[in-house]
Every structure is written in C-alpha cells, then in structure tokens.
Design a protein around this ligand. Structure first.
Ligand SMILES: O=C(O)C1=C[C@@H](OP(=O)(O)O)[C@@H](O)[C@H](O)C1
Ligand SMILES: C=C(OP(=O)(O)O)C(=O)O
Length: 425
C-alpha cells in the first residue's frame, strides 16, 4: 500500500512510542522459562514480537493478551516441549538467533525458519558457537542460513570471543549458557546493547560482567516476575530527526528507554548541532527511562566516530535522513553489519537518498552523504521497516510517497497515525 505524505510545514507535540522491541523479545522468552505467571507491561505488539509470542506458544508457554499487556504463564527451565510444526520467526533476526540459544539447551527437535529476508541473513554467527557447546544444528548452506534444524541437549559452557559486535549472538550464548555445564563466557569486541544482562539480573539469573566479558552458568528454576517495558528509543529516533529537520518544530518523547548502549544517535546529532535535550528520570526494572526533546535545528555534516556505530546500529538509516538536511558532508563508517540486516541497508539508504535527489557515495562499509536538503520523490522500503520510516521522515518537509508503507508494522504499527498526529498544517 502506497502512502502519500503531503509537505509538512512543522511538527509539534508530546508523545510516547511503543515498547522496546529488544526488551519485549527477551522478556517474553525469560517469562516463558520462569516458574509461574509474569505480566509484561507495555510490551511492543508488532510483527516481530508477535512472532516471538507465537513461537513460544508453539513450544508450550501460555501467552495471553491483557489489554495492551501480555500475561505469560511460564513452563519453567525444563518445561518447553517439541513443537508440532516448523517455527516461523517471520522477519525477526532477534527472535531466530535468541531462540536458537534456548532451543540448543532442549532435548528435542526444532526447525526454525522465517520470511525471505530472514532466510537470507547469516545464521553461522550463532550456529558455530552453539555447535561448540554441543547442539546439533544443520541448515541451508551448511547451517549458514535458515531453515535451521536443531536438536539440543546437554551443553557444555565455552569461552567465546565474538567476531562481530552483536547483541543477538551474545544473548543467544547467554541463554544457551543457562542450560550448559560449567561456565559460558562471551567477550565482545565493542559494547552492544545489554538488555539480556539487565533482564538476567531482574529474574535473578546467574551473571557476571567484567569489562567486555559476560559470564553465566547453569541456572536453577526461577520465579516469574512482572516487568515494565520502556518505550523503544529506535522508534523515538524517527520523531527526533523529524523535529530537527522540519522548520518551527518541537517534539517531546516521554517514557523512552535511554540505555546508554542504545543512544549513540543522541551523541552524533548533538555534534551535528542539534537542539536536543534529554534526561533519565527513572529506572524501570533495570532500564534507564526518561524523556527527549528535539527542536528544529541547523545541522552540519560530521565524520561519525566508528566506535559509536554499535550503539546506534538501527538508527543509521534515520541518521542518513538527518545528514541529507545538514550543511556539508557526513561520513558514516563501520557499516559492514548494515549489509546483513532486513535489507542491505547501505544500499537501501543510498538508493532512497538518490530517489530524493541527494548525492551519496557508498563503499563496502561506509556512506558519504552531501547535505543540503531533498526534493519530493518516492521511498522504496525494500522490505525493511526502518528504511520505510527513516525515508518517510527524510521526505516529510517536502512531501513523499512511501511504497509498501505496511512494512512499518514490523516494529511500529501505529507509526503513520503518530506522525500524522504531530503534523501542523
Ligand atoms: O539484540 C537485539 O535485540 C538486537 C541487536 C542488533 O542486531 P545485532 O546483534 O545483529 O547487531 C539490532 O540490529 C537488532 O535490531 C536488535
Ligand atoms: C535489525 C533489526 O531487527 P532484527 O535483527 O531483530 O530483525 C531492526 O529492528 O532494525
């Protein structure tokens, strides 16, 4: 479905964004493995996290919708049962990788698959270490791609140095570590989101953190516990940039997660001259939560610090949107991981910037964007929710047509109405 966004002269308002996607996936999994009933409050209910709820239900957990919340009756660490059918992870990389870690510890057979995008994404990053721990895993292309066929069982802990900075791989190994004899240690090359670690603490699961090394070991049964999910910073990012690039705008996002492993974008935008304020006002079940306010700004191009990318990996598309409106050139390095997301995001960003009349150069792992504004055009999401929303924002001041706008439903079902609600016409 195409969506035509007319030119928007200004944006104003205060809003909340839906629950954090990363936290919701993990909360559903850990609640499913707990003893008793947990309520997950203000979770994300969108394509990706509905896939997680479906997969866990097929494995025997009871997940019921209670208004905007979820009630999860856990089956305990050893209560999951073999599913009657293939487990469809839809579009969700986080789901297939994290649940592989859980299933590696189960003495039964599972098949994991997903949509065309997910089946094209690399799975060897979890398959290789989970095999080292003792799981039997096969899959397409020698286990590099889904469908994956998995038979878990008794695992042994390993020490593993991640070849790429990936919270998904780290989390898969920590989850497998709950079923493994001895210690499981994961070392990351750069800090990545630490929601799994925070949730392990929330549920009282074994965890030790020492610099970039995280350790766990076999877990004893643990009780269910309620959890409040913060607003998703990655969803807030679209409105932050929208306010910066649209004249006479001011937007405040309340109740948003401000975990420092996620907020690299705030640092880059500030360097670009953005009129931005934010504050952590509370700690909610182990996650810092607060507000962000963004006002129209004259942005200037910057060279982004490569070390910041793991802390803003899903915000690069919307950073590119901001760069298109900045004065001068923005160079964004360290983008190899963007090539293996829901789409090849380096290519998808370059293609959509060109569609909107922006000059851009792309290398194997970098982008260079000539700022100065955009002209009306067509946004092509390329089957990728973040691309759809980032370039809708990019074209907002001049008006754009977004093809296949329903892709936003993967992480933000109400995105279009929320955007419309802020527009002053
Ligand atoms: O752990 C997570 O919840 C996520 C980790 C990141 O992926 P990688 O681990 O592949 O970097 C991120 O891009 C994804 O949207 C969510
Ligand atoms: C990369 C993303 O998600 P996933 O890897 O879970 O599909 C994302 O939401 O931008």
């Amino acid at each position: 479905m195409d969506r035509v966004l007319p030119p928007t002269p200004s944006l104003s308002g205060t809003l909340r964004v839906p629950g954090d996607k990363s936290v919701t996936h993990r909360a559903l999994m850990l609640a499913a493995l707990a003893e008793g009933t947990s309520r997950i409050l203000h979770p994300l209910k969108a394509g990706d996290t509905r896939s997680t709820a479906r997969v866990l239900a097929a494995l025997g957990a009871e997940i019921v919708e209670e208004g905007p919340h979820y009630r999860v009756r856990g089956v305990g660490l050893h209560g999951l049962r073999e599913a009657a059918d293939v487990l469809d992870c839809g579009n969700a990389g986080t789901l297939i990788r994290l649940v592989s870690g859980v299933l590696a510890g189960q003495d039964f057979f599972s098949v994991l698959t997903g949509d065309a995008s997910l089946r094209a994404r690399p799975m060897d990053r979890v398959v290789v270490p989970l095999r080292q721990m003792g799981a039997r895993i096969d899959g397409r292309d020698g286990g590099r791609r889904a469908p994956l066929a998995l038979r878990g069982g008794r695992l042994k802990g390993i020490r593993y140095s991640l070849p790429v900075a990936s919270a998904q791989v780290k989390s898969a190994l920590l989850l497998a570590g709950l079923f493994a004899e001895g210690e499981t240690e994961v070392e990351e090359p750069a800090p990545t989101r630490d929601h799994t670690e925070r949730l392990f603490r929330h549920y009282g699961l074994p965890l030790e953190v020492e610099g970039r090394r995280v350790r766990t070991h076999i877990a004893a049964p643990y009780p269910a516990k309620d959890l409040v999910v913060p607003g998703d910073f990655s969803s807030a990012a679209f409105f932050i940039v929208a306010a910066l690039i649209t004249p006479e705008s001011e937007v405040t996002i309340d109740g948003v997660g401000l975990n420092p492993t996620r907020t690299g974008l705030l640092q880059v935008l500030t360097e670009m001259g953005a009129d931005l304020e934010w504050r952590v006002t509370e700690g909610q079940d182990g996650e810092p939560v607060g507000w962000v306010r963004a006002r129209s700004s004259r942005l200037r191009g910057v060279r982004v610090d490569p070390e910041l990318i793991p802390r803003m990996v899903d915000e690069v598309p919307v950073l590119a949107a901001a760069a298109a409106w900045a004065e001068g050139t923005t160079h964004i390095p360290n983008l190899a991981e963007l090539r293996v997301k829901e789409s090849d995001r380096v290519q998808a960003i370059a293609h959509n910037l060109e569609n909107l009349g922006v000059r851009v150069a792309a290398g194997a792992d970098w982008l260079e964007i000539q700022g100065g504004g955009v002209r009306p055009g067509v946004v092509e999401p390329m089957h990728d929710h973040r691309i759809a929303m980032a370039f809708a924002v990019c074209g907002l001041p001049v008006g754009v047509t977004v093809k296949d706008a329903e892709w936003a439903e993967i992480s933000f079902p109400d995105f279009w109405n929320t955007l419309e609600g802020l527009a002053c016409r």
